[in-house]
Every structure is written in C-alpha cells, then in structure tokens.
Design a protein around this ligand. Structure first.
Ligand SMILES: Cc1cc2nc3c(=O)[nH]c(=O)nc-3n(C[C@H](O)[C@H](O)[C@H](O)COP(=O)(O)OP(=O)(O)OC[C@H]3O[C@@H](n4cnc5c(N)ncnc54)[C@H](O)[C@@H]3O)c2cc1C
Length: 362
C-alpha cells in the first residue's frame, strides 16, 4: 500500500495525529494489536490537570482542554467534566505549591474538610485546589480522533505489527502484518516501543524508558460523593477520586519495566488500600478491578516530538509519560504543524523544548 504518512502506533498519540493530518495527506495508521489503544492509552486515570507536570506540559494541557471543550461541544453528550484536584499537605507545602502554580488556590483546614468531608482531619493541615482540572471520557475522545481521521480518508489497520522500516529514496518502505507499505513520512507513535521502532528505521534511540503505574477501582463501605475532587498528598505518593459510585485509586508507583503488556502487582494495591483507609473514613471493602500501564519517558521527562535530523522524514511523537491524555489535542496540533512546516513562530521555543535533537536524550 502507498501513502504519504505512515503512523506506527494506534494509541492516543497516533490517532490524534491522524485526526490532524488526514485532511491534508493520505494517512495510514498501523497498530500491532487487534484492538486500538490496547496498551497505555486505555489504562489511564483520564485526568487533565493544568497544574501537573513541567511548564511545557502545563501549556499544552491548557491548550488541550480548550480544544477538547470544542470537541465535546460538537458531540451528542459531553466528554469533559469538572474534576477538581486537591493536594493535601502542611501549610508550608501548600503555600509552596500555590506560589509556583497559577492555577492553584490555597484552602485552609476547614475549607478542605468542607470540600471533602470524608477526610480524616488529623492527616493534613491545608490543601491546594486546582479548579481548572477536568476528567475526560478517553474512549470517546479516542473514538472522535479515529472517526474524524477515517472520515477524512485515513486508513486504520489493527493486527499490523511493523517488523521492518527501511529508508528508500526520499521515503520509506515498511512491512506490517505481512504487507508492504511505502510512505514519504514515517511517524513513530509506538509508545513503550518507540526506541525499538527507531532502531528499526536506523534512527538513534532517545533513551525512552517505560515505567509501570497501576490503578484500581474499589468499592467503599460509605457512599462516595460522585462530584468529589481527586485527592493526592503533596509528595504525590498516591491519588484517589470518585469513579462511577466507587473510588479510582493509584499507588503512583514508577517502576522501570520492559515494553509489554504490563500486569498488576497485587501487593502494591493492598498497601495502597491501607494508606487510603488511613486518610479517609470511606472504608475500602474490596477491589472491583485493577490494571497497570506503562508511562514512557526520556531522561528529562518531556515528550520527544519532531523530525529526526539524521533520518530524513522520520518523525517522533513519543515519550508522553503521564501526560499523553491531557496533552493529546495540542500535541497533535503542534506535531502536524511541524510535519507541514506551518509551526507559528511564537511556538518555536515550545517545540524546541520537545525536539528529538535537544541535549540530554540518549
Ligand atoms: C496508570 C496510568 C494512569 C495515567 N493517567 C493519565 C492521566 O490521567 N492523564 C494523562 O494525560 N495521562 C495519563 N497517563 C499517561 C497516558 O496514558 C499516556 O501518556 C498515553 O496513553 C501514551 O499514549 P501513546 O499513544 O504514546 O502510547 P500507547 O497507548 O501505548 O500506544 C502505542 C501503540 O503503539 C503500538 N506499537 C508499538 N510497536 C508497534 C509496532 N512495531 N507496530 C505497530 N504498532 C506498534 C502499541 O501496540 C500501542 O498500541 C497514565 C498512564 C498510566 C499507566
């Protein structure tokens, strides 16, 4: 099959870029698994939190929330809802957070208890509140990206693992699912496998490493307020939030792993339940289900986005770590502008901070 852009990876990165590029070029997305977004993109906490992450991530998150609000407004039911984020700590910790993040406001002890009456009052002094944080319906967002891409002419193939990529003339030939493809541009949106795909194409790996993180859905003895905030301590050692009448909880572990189908370590969830029972009066009574995904990032923790300087027309869209959902719409927009050479001048510093050529990637 012949195309202009071959996107390797059918997670949120690959599908969002297909949404942006398909109106301009023939695009084929090839996904190794039989199901799109089988790996990290279907295993997130579905949160978009502007106060989370380094400055480039915060900027991309603000922009993505605005874009997803527009997307949501055009759909039959909303896919973005308020899910305030509350960070608990000492008064000094909260002041330090509020001083460094413009989207945070300080709550004193009484205000925090009012927002979240299930907290054990002796476990914190104050909280920082991010009222701009949102919860997003990720399956609906993924489906929007896929549908729009296909409506604009993109072809999305599952069960097509890319096993070979070779530079050929001004483009590439690739083999996926036993089929041959030729493309002018190859996009590496392969998540935890991005460095493997780079090696296949003759590009230098950028030190992208997958770290596992788990989430569980747990029932509670006392009812969970469905409109309650997401809550974490200042050291970010766990979080919980309401989820369909239960609690969604995470131990926030970050453990180096191999690319693959990440599996839950049950002891992590058991310890987490004890920790959450120590800070709330909700009383966790079991585990409905739990899952683990891989957050992939390079040494400096920022995504790797842009053309590879040494392998012409090999484009990186990888390393989104724990921010791939909350940045997807704006990151795909910027990636498409980089592919088409239409990046606005005012975004050149932001793009440079994510460039595959930046120092310290190996
Ligand atoms: C527990 C957890 C909670 C999270 N919570 C949040 C959150 O609240 N908010 C947020 O913004 N982010 C969150 N994240 C991070 C977010 O989920 C990721 O940043 C994002 O999903 C990465 O998307 P991706 O498309 O790059 O990767 P993936 O979804 O992993 O997609 C990459 C795809 O490439 C395919 N692939 C690999 N090699 C090949 C090949 N050779 N040929 C064809 N296909 C190939 C894979 O099969 C895979 O489907 C969380 C992550 C975890 C683990």
């Amino acid at each position: 099959m012949e195309t202009h852009v071959l996107i390797i990876g059918g997670g949120i990165a690959g599908l969002s870029l297909a949404w942006q590029l398909a109106p301009a070029f023939p695009v084929i997305v090839v996904e190794a698994e039989e199901t799109l977004a089988y790996h990290t993109s279907s295993r997130s906490a579905r949160q978009m939190q502007p106060s989370y992450g380094p400055a480039p991530i915060q900027e991309l998150t603000h922009r993505s929330i605005a874009l997803v609000e527009q997307i949501s407004a055009g759909l039959s039911s909303p896919i973005l809802m308020p899910r305030l984020m509350m960070t608990l700590g000492t008064e000094a910790q909260v002041q330090a957070l509020v001083d460094t993040h413009t989207s945070l406001t300080a709550l004193d002890h009484a205000q925090t208890m009012h927002r979240s009456p299930d907290l054990r009052p002796e476990t914190f002094e104050a909280a920082a509140l991010d009222e701009t944080a949102r919860e997003v319906d990720v399956p609906a967002l993924l489906d929007f990206y896929r549908r729009e891409a296909v409506a604009a002419g993109a072809v999305v193939l599952t069960g097509h693992a890319v096993t070979e990529v070779e530079a050929a003339g001004t483009g590439f030939t690739a083999t996926a699912g036993g089929q041959k493809f030729t493309a002018r541009i190859v996009v590496n949106a392969a998540g935890a496998w991005a460095d493997d795909v780079a090696r296949m194409a003759g590009a230098r790996p950028r030190g992208l490493r997958p770290y596992r993180r788990s989430v569980a859905i747990v029932p509670t003895q006392f009812p969970v307020d469905p409109a309650g905030p997401m809550v974490e301590p200042a050291d970010e050692s766990f979080y919980y939030r309401p989820d369909g009448g239960h609690l969604l909880i995470s131990p926030c572990e970050s453990v180096l792993a191999e690319p693959g189908d990440a599996q839950v370590v049950e002891a992590d969830i058991a310890q987490l339940i004890q920790r959450i029972d120590a800070v709330t009066t909700l009383g966790i009574t079991g585990v409905v289900r739990a899952w683990t995904g891989l957050r992939t990032q390079p040494a400096d923790g920022l995504p790797v986005v842009g053309m590879d300087a040494d392998v012409p027309n090999f484009f990186w869209l990888a390393g989104q770590s724990g921010y791939g959902i909350q940045t997807s719409a704006a990151l795909a927009t910027m990636a498409a502008q980089l592919v088409t050479g239409t990046l606005p001048d005012e975004d050149s510093a932001l793009a440079a901070s994510l460039s595959p050529q930046r120092a310290g990637l190996n």
